[in-house]
Design a protein. Structure first.
Length: 160
């Protein structure tokens, strides 16, 4: 699961992040294999003018694949941290661009709401309180959001 509860002296912290199926090492291997597979047919063209005609297009294809995967990895750098300390619940979301958004409420008044339909994603989970409703874990899979919804009410209320 791409989320983790961490106990602390004064409460608990939940950290959520998007799932990354391609680790950095896999990214390098994939680009290397792509280059190898594209250059293999070029061996027959060594010494030919046609090699130089095809090379820019192949380089453009490799760059396009690299750029698309790199852009996807950059846009998945979202981190949400739910801190439960004392009687305060605080949700901090850091977006890929570095923008930080905060929400804070008394733990007693926090309501954890599951929207099975009608949200931007199925089984949309929100926290509401202090006059606002904020999403949590929208980047998680449908099953992960259900599991998170099952855990949150007891944790927010301070139950074991």
């Amino acid at each position: 699961m791409p989320y983790k509860w961490t106990p602390s002296d004064s409460g608990q912290t939940l950290t959520l992040w998007p799932h990354q199926s391609l680790p950095p090492r896999g990214f390098v291997v994939f680009i290397g294999v792509t280059i190898a597979m594209l250059t293999l047919p070029l061996l027959a063209l060594l010494g030919s003018v046609l090699l130089w005609a095809l090379l820019p297009f192949l380089a453009l294809a490799v760059f396009g694949v690299w750029f698309a995967i790199h852009r996807n990895r950059q846009s998945a750098r979202i981190v949400e941290v739910l801190t439960l300390e004392g009687n305060v619940a605080r949700l901090t979301r850091t977006d890929p661009g570095g923008q930080v958004r905060d929400w804070q409420c008394n733990r007693y008044w926090v309501r954890v709401v599951l929207h099975p339909k009608g949200g931007p994603v199925p089984n949309y989970v929100t926290l509401s309180g202090n006059g606002r409703e904020v999403e949590i874990g929208a980047f998680l899979s449908e099953d992960e959001r259900l599991a998170l919804h099952a855990e949150l009410p007891g944790k927010v209320r301070g139950e074991p």
